[in-house]
Ligand binder design. Structure first.
Ligand SMILES: *Cc1c(COP(=O)(O)O)cnc(C)c1O
Length: 391
């Protein structure tokens, strides 16, 4: 049998973050004392009232198909969230609930991009964006940035990259993997360029609530009617409510795009899990008391890790302003990020993700969604590893 794999699937690169993660997990399972900085998810449990709402829905027999785009109650709660927190007016029909924020991104790209289209993605990027663009048959156009600009693209850089084929600009603030946050003025300026050039924006705002040092989040959709008309917001429950395993994301889009995505979803996944959606309603309408506690904890870890990283000779690190990642520069140490990370894992049993996975080989991604004790232990080992390199 000739198992010819489709060109579409064959062009994909497997997820490097998941590969390192599974190696670290295998070492752990074999009894080794591995410190993991690879996690792309909060280390906190889902708040109890959210779990209770889900359990109640199960007990009530809420176990059947729902509308493909989500239950009306949840789409309304999401529309209310955008009004309350972002000053953005969406009808429930403009909201689509999907099986994770990742699925929402994929739906957006599939609904708006096709062969011949270009999609502009600033690097370092969340590693799934370029692969999703390839799956849609379109071409990713990567805009490199560095720690010199806090990993931000300038409006001039964006403008220069736009061609008649450019369809979509991917904006992710706060950023995974860098923790960088654009200021409202910077966001507006990038939005202005897209509006002027008729380019759609996919704004991935899943880390909206995870901000430090007084950083503020402003959605690009909120600057004018034109900005709103050019923007599709992607969001989800994974990060601010620690619901990664629930697989629930959402998006807000202009009507024609939302309709197209509803159709795609109705023929692919159908609805996200019925009883999980009831948990999501509780997440949006119930207490948000967990969040300040989590933020205080993340902030403590971030400050410790940032100072410690900068104290290691050869490493420099800009502080993150959002999400739960630091992205230290290791270019002075003479190893590729892949070699650095695999030797670090083998010699010191510390798992970090090589920057090359995010399109930036001079860096590592360190997640501080792990306990302060782990961070102390892991960074002590990292320091030992780096000092060993110098000899
Ligand atoms: C975590 C994450 C998502 C969504 O994750 P899901 O688990 O699919 O909800 C989307 N974008 C970025 C940048 C993320 O880090």
């Amino acid at each position: 049998m000739n198992y010819r794999i489709s060109q579409r699937a064959a062009t994909l690169s497997p997820s490097l973050t998941l590969a390192i993660d599974s190696k670290a997990k295998a070492m752990k399972a074999a009894g080794e004392d591995v410190v993991g900085f690879g996690a792309g998810e909060p280390d906190f449990d889902t708040p109890q009232h959210i779990k209770d709402a889900c359990a109640q829905a199960l007990a009530d027999g809420f176990t059947k198909y729902t509308p493909a785009a989500g239950i009306p109650e949840l789409r309304q709660a999401i529309a209310d969230k955008f009004q309350r927190e972002n000053g953005l007016t969406y009808k429930p029909s403009q909201i689509i609930v999907s099986c994770g924020g990742k699925h929402s991104c994929y739906n957006v790209i599939l609904a708006t991009c096709q062969e011949g289209d270009e999609v502009i993605i600033p690097a370092p990027y969340w590693l799934s964006y370029p692969e999703m663009v390839k799956l849609a048959g379109a071409t990713p156009v990567i805009l490199p940035t560095s720690d010199q600009t806090e990993f931000k693209v300038s409006p001039g850089q964006l403008r220069a990259a736009i061609t008649p084929r450019t369809r979509l600009f991917v904006l992710n603030s706060p950023s995974n993997p860098t923790g960088s946050v654009y200021t409202p003025d910077e966001i507006k300026a990038l939005g202005d360029v897209c509006v002027e050039k008729g380019v759609l924006i996919m704004s991935d705002e899943i880390y909206e609530h995870l901000l430090y040092d007084g950083a503020v989040h402003k959605s690009v959709a909120s600057f004018s009617q034109a900005h709103y008309d050019h923007t599709i917001i992607v969001h989800g429950f994974a990060k601010a409510w620690s619901m990664t395993g629930w697989r629930l994301g959402f998006l807000a889009a202009p009507e024609p795009v939302a309709r197209a995505i509803d159709a795609i979803q109705s023929h692919s996944t159908s609805n996200p899990t019925s009883f999980a959606q009831k948990g999501a309603v509780a997440a949006l309408t119930g207490s948000q008391e967990h969040l300040p506690k989590w933020l205080a904890e993340y902030a403590k870890r971030r400050t410790y890790a940032w100072k410690k990283l900068n104290s290691i000779p050869g490493i420099s690190c800009v502080n993150s302003k959002g999400a739960f990642y630091l992205f230290p520069n290791i270019s002075k140490l003479g190893l590729s990020s892949t070699e650095f990370c695999s030797r670090l894992l083998e010699q010191e049993k510390v798992a970090a993700v090589p920057g090359i996975a995010f399109g930036a080989d001079d860096y590592l991604r360190i997640s501080y969604a792990t306990s302060l004790a782990n961070i102390e232990k892991g960074l002590d080992r990292l320091e030992k590893f780096v000092k060993g390199l110098a000899q």
